[in-house]
Design a binder for this molecule. Structure first.
Ligand code: GDP
Length: 336
């Protein structure tokens, strides 16, 4: 479309009385929309938690892709000696013409060793490295084509078998809380009855409060939002930490093909809200809060990192200036 034709298509017709007072800036949201759709979106999601808690299965269920098809599963011996490594998978998905570059960062080996002291260090290092890279690119010459690899959200899987948070869960979330949006999940929720899920959720919420863990906070709903949206928002907040179930298989339930887990005693449906919070998590991540997660990453977590970098750089610069001044003074005194 040429500039003139684009202009014409937006120009109000003179015979339309209502459009006489129309300047045209009401089309600004449409312009932003067009530009964003053309550019595409990106989102980086990290998953963390012990191996076997269903991380890969859940990610596959969330984005309907097989992100981990070439994953090598380690035996117990290999897992004990394994250090935490970080793996990254990127897929381009498209829905109704909207493109999303999705990056999944996995943390195999996290929490698997006998001694898990500081096993979150490689994870925090990875997040810092992405901030560092972004900071360098942002301060460089080619700012237009920056590749943003910052982690926007970390899904932290809590085992369903325990009685609340384990020390490793507390330490991990505390180590990451100021660097990334942490969303805790109760893994494999089909192992628990509805009452057990309710009790575990209450316990986890209490402990998160007690230990001062800062998890991702859903933003407050605007007062002018419609009632349905407000209700959805309330339910979302009340359901945390989300109890999730994942499955890579499609089964037949009530005459329909659904993603689920087939047991001798029945079928657990991943997308059935009375079975688990999978749909709530997916709605939050993809439909309602993806932008907010990215905003918080950029405006809070990255800004904190950036401020620290600038402070350190300024301090170094000041020290160098002082040293230079001292050297100049010494040289001057020697000349005299
Ligand atoms: P990861 O190591 O954390 O990535 O775990 P995987 O996704 O590889 O899953 C480990 C095992 O748990 C596999 O046998 C899965 O089929 C199973 N699994 C995955 N999600 C669930 C779930 O929600 N409930 C149950 N009961 N099993 C699950």
């Amino acid at each position: 479309m040429t500039t003139s034709s684009r202009y014409k298509s937006r120009t109000p017709r003179s015979d339309d009385a209502e459009e006489k007072d129309y300047v045209g800036f009401a089309t600004l949201p449409n312009q932003v929309h067009r530009k964003s759709v053309k550019k595409g979106f990106d989102f980086t999601l990290m998953v963390a938690g012990e191996s076997g808690l269903g991380k890969s299965t859940l990610v596959n269920s969330l984005f309907l892709t097989d992100l981990h098809k070439d994953r090598k599963l380690l035996n117990a011996e290999e897992r004990i000696s394994q250090t935490v490594e970080i793996t990254k998978h990127t897929v381009d998905i498209e829905e109704k013409g909207v493109k999303l570059k999705l990056t999944i960062v996995d943390t195999p080996g996290f929490g698997d060793a006998v001694n898990n002291t500081e096993c979150w260090q490689p994870v925090t290092d990875y997040i810092n490295l992405q901030f560092e890279q972004y900071f360098r690119d942002e301060s460089g010459l080619n700012r237009k084509n920056i590749q943003d690899n910052r982690v926007h959200c970390c899904l932290y899987f809590i085992p369903p078998f325990g009685h609340g948070l384990r020390p490793v869960d507390i330490e991990f979330m505390k180590a990451l809380q100021d660097k990334v949006n942490v969303v805790p999940l109760i893994a494999k929720a089909d192992c628990l009855t509805p009452l057990e899920i309710k009790k575990l959720k209450e316990r986890l919420r209490e402990e998160i409060d007690k230990y001062g863990i800062k998890i991702y906070q859903f933003p407050d709903c605007d007062s002018d939002e419609d009632e349905e949206f407000k209700q959805q928002d309330r339910e979302l907040k009340e359901s945390t930490p989300f109890a999730v179930i994942g499955s890579n298989t499609v089964v037949e339930a009530r005459g329909q093909r659904v993603r689920g887990r087939l047991y001798p005693w029945g079928i657990v449906e991943v997308e059935n809200p009375s079975h688990c919070d999978f749909v709530k998590l997916r709605t939050m991540l993809i439909r309602t809060h993806m932008h907010d997660l990215k905003d918080i990453t950029s405006d809070c977590h990255y800004e904190n990192f950036r401020a620290l970098c600038i402070q350190t750089m300024t301090r170094c610069l000041r020290r160098m200036q002082q040293m230079l001044q001292k050297m100049q003074q010494q040289m001057h005194e020697q000349d005299l």
